[in-house]
Design a protein around this ligand. Structure first.
Ligand code: NAP
Length: 524
C-alpha cells in the first residue's frame, strides 16, 4: 500500500437504509442470492496468517441451524501454534500499518462499505444460512456493518490529525492519538457481521493490527468480510483470520505478551475469564493490557399503567422474539403494572400466536432457529425451570421441523428473584413480572447484575424523567422497543456485568483503540 496522504471526501454520516422486502425487485434479488450462495455451501476455507493461506489437519464446520445437515463452511482450525504465529504476523504488520496515513486507513473502510453495499444480498444470505437470521434481521446485520465502516472511518478522520490544546506562552503543544499495537478480536455469533466487523474495523482504522478469531458458529460470514477488506486494499497481516475454538486458542491469544489489547463481545462467563487472563503480566510483557468487554443482558421493559398498551405489546413481542430472543438487547423481562396486567397478557398472547417459526430463508417466517443444538438444550431446560417458577401462557417447547426451532414462550407471574428473571437465557423466553406501582417496577428492573438495555412504556413524563434518572442501563428507550440500536444514534454498551460500556457506534468508541501522546515544543 502506498503511504502518500490521500484526501477522503465523504458526506455526513447516514444510516444505511433497510431493504424493503415488500418490493418485488428486492425479493427477487434475495431469491437469486439464495440460489447462488446455495451452490457455494460446504466449501473449504483456510486460516489467513500474515497473508498466507494456512491449512491444518483439524476442521471446524459451521452448519445451517435451519437445516443442521447442511454444512455452510468447512474451516481449517487453529491450534496454539497457529495462534502464536498469528500474533507474530500481526506484530510484524504493525510496524508498517501503524505508519500508514490515517486518511488512507479510513479510505480502506470506506471502500469496504462500498463493496459490501454492492454485495448486500449475498452477505444477507450468508448470515441467513449460517446464523439463522430471517431476511430483515440479516439485512439489519449487514446494514449495521456498513454503518460501522462508514462511521468509524469518519471518526478516524476527526481524530487522526493533531488535536488542539491550550497553548502556553512561548510553547507550541498538540496531542496525537496513536494506535496501541496488536489486538485479539473475539466476537460472538449473534451479529456475525456487524459486531465482528465493528470491532475489527475500529481496531484497524486506528492503526492497530489484529488477530480476528470469529465465533466457531459463524466463521464464513467473517471470511466473506475479510475478502472485502482485502479487495478494498487492506495489506496482508493487518487482519489475521484465525478460526479456532475459544477453549483451544483463546487463552493463547489473550495471554500472549505481544497482545496489547482484547476486543471481546460475548457471554459474561467468557468475558470475565478474558479479563482475568489478561490481567496476569507475562514474561516480556511491557504494558498493561486493555480489555474492551461487552457481555450479556437481562433486559427489561416496564409497562406502566399509563402506557399505550397496544404499542407496549408490540414493543415487547418484537424485542423478546425478534431473532429468536438471541440479541444481547432482547427483552427477557416484562415488568407490568398490576392495573393493566391481565389485559396486557391477553393481548401479548394473541400477538405471540401470530408469530410463525421455521426455516430462516423462508420469508414467511418471523422467527428462525436458535443457533445450535447446545443452545437449544439450554433454552429448553430453562423453559422447564420456568414452568416451575411461573405460569406458562404461550409456547413451552420445540417448534416443528428439523432445525433448532423453539416456540416463542411466555411465562407469567414470575418472581423478580426467580432464575428465569435473573439469568440470561438467550432464547425466545419471556418472563412477565407484576409490579404494584411504578417505583416498584423500577426497583425490579434494576434488580439484576446486568445493565444493558431497557425500555419504559408510559404517557406520564414525570415517570419517564424518573426512569431516565434511575433505570441503570447503558441503553434506555421510552415508548419503543429495547432492541435495534442504530450506529450514531444509539451508541451501544452496558453497565455492571453487561460489560465495559464501550458505546459501539458512538464518538467515544475509537478512543478505546488509541492512546494519546502530548507533544510540547519550545523554540530553541
Ligand atoms: P461466548 O460463548 O462468550 O463466545 C464469544 C466468543 O468468545 C466466541 O468467539 C468464542 O469462541 C470465544 N471464546 C470462548 N471461550 C473463550 C476463551 N476461553 N477465551 C477467549 N475466547 C473465547 O458468547 P456467544 O455465545 O458467542 O454470544 C452470546 C453472548 O454474547 C450473550 O451472552 C450475549 O448477551 C452476548 N452479546 C453481548 C453484546 C453486547 O454488546 N453487550 C452483543 C452481542 C452479544 P467459540 O465460538 O470458538 O467458542
Amino acid at each position: 500500500m502506498a503511504t502518500a496522504e490521500v484526501s477522503v471526501e465523504r458526506g455526513e454520516f447516514r444510516n444505511e437504509p433497510f431493504l424493503d422486502y415488500a418490493k418485488p425487485e428486492n425479493r427477487s434479488a434475495m431469491q437469486a442470492a439464495l440460489a447462488k450462495v446455495k451452490g457455494e455451501l460446504g466449501r473449504e476455507y483456510p486460516l489467513i496468517i500474515g497473508g498466507r493461506r494456512v491449512s491444518t489437519g483439524q476442521k471446524i464446520e459451521s452448519r445451517n441451524p435451519s437445516r443442521p445437515a447442511e454444512i455452510v463452511g468447512s474451516f481449517s482450525a487453529a491450534g496454539v501454534a497457529e495462534a502464536n504465529q498469528a500474533i507474530e504476523a500481526a506484530q510484524q504488520a504493525f510496524t508498517t500499518w501503524s505508519r500508514v496515513p490515517y486518511a488512507e486507513r479510513a479510505a480502506v473502510l470506506f471502500r469496504t462499505a462500498d463493496l459490501l453495499r454492492e454485495r448486500k444480498h449475498e452477505m444477507n444470505v450468508w448470515i441467513c444460512y449460517e446464523a439463522g437470521k430471517t431476511w430483515p434481521e440479516a439485512d439489519a446485520d449487514t446494514g449495521e456493518t456498513i454503518d460501522f465502516c462508514e462511521f468509524y472511518a469518519r471518526e478516524m478522520l476527526r481524530l487522526g490529525g493533531p488535536q488542539k490544546l491550550n497553548q502556553l506562552k512561548g510553547e507550541k503543544s498538540y496531542l496525537l492519538y496513536i494506535p496501541l499495537g496488536v489486538g485479539a478480536i473475539v466476537p460472538p455469533w449473534n451479529f456475525p457481521s456487524a459486531i465482528m466487523a465493528g470491532m475489527t474495523g475500529a481496531a484497524v482504522v486506528t492503526g492497530n493490527t489484529v488477530v480476528l478469531k470469529p465465533s466457531s458458529d459463524t466463521p464464513t460470514v467473517a471470511y466473506k468480510f475479510i475478502e472485502l477488506l482485502t479487495q478494498a486494499g487492506l495489506p496482508a497481516g493487518v487482519v489475521n483470520f484465525l478460526v479456532g475454538r475459544g477453549s483451544t486458542v483463546g487463552d493463547t491469544l489473550v495471554a500472549h505478551p505481544k497482545t496489547r489489547f482484547v476486543g471481546f463481545t460475548g457471554s459474561k462467563e467468557v468475558g470475565l475469564h478474558i479479563q482475568e487472563v489478561a490481567s496476569h503480566t507475562q514474561p516480556g510483557q511491557i504494558w498493561i493490557k486493555r480489555t474492551v468487554l461487552e457481555m450479556g443482558g437481562k433486559d427489561a421493559i416496564i409497562v406502566d399503567e399509563e402506557a399505550d398498551v397496544e404499542a407496549a405489546v408490540e414493543g415487547v413481542a418484537v424485542s423478546a422474539f425478534g431473532y429468536q430472543g438471541q440479541k444481547c438487547s432482547a427483552c427477557s423481562r416484562a415488568i407490568v403494572a398490576e392495573k393493566i396486567y391481565h389485559a396486557f397478557l391477553q393481548k401479548l398472547v394473541e400477538r405471540t400466536k401470530k408469530i410463525k417459526v421455521g426455516e430462516a430463508d423462508d420469508p414467511g417466517n418471523y422467527m428462525g432457529p436458535v443457533i445450535n443444538q447446545g443452545a437449544m438444550k439450554t433454552i429448553l431446560d430453562y423453559i422447564e425451570v420456568g414452568k416451575q417458577e411461573g405460569r406458562l401462557i404461550a409456547g413451552g417447547g420445540r417448534a416443528g421441523g428439523d432445525g433448532y426451532f423453539i416456540q416463542p414462550t411466555i411465562i407469567a407471574d414470575v418472581s423478580p428473584k426467580a432464575r428465569i428473571a435473573q439469568e440470561e437465557i438467550f432464547g425466545p423466553v419471556l418472563a412477565v413480572i407484576k409490579a404494584k406501582n411504578f417505583d416498584q417496577a423500577l426497583e425490579m428492573a434494576n434488580d439484576s447484575e446486568f445493565g444493558l438495555t431497557g425500555a419504559v412504556y408510559s404517557r406520564n413524563p414525570e415517570k419517564l424523567r424518573r426512569a431516565a434518572e434511575s433505570f441503570h442501563v447503558g441503553n434506555l428507550y421510552f415508548n419503543r422497543k429495547c432492541t435495534g440500536a442504530m450506529v450514531g444514534a444509539h451508541p451501544f454498551g452496558g453497565f455492571n456485568m453487561s460489560g465495559t460500556d464501550s458505546k459501539a457506534g458512538g464518538h467515544d468508541y475509537l478512543l478505546l483503540f488509541l492512546q494519546a501522546k502530548t507533544i510540547a515544543e519550545k523554540p530553541c
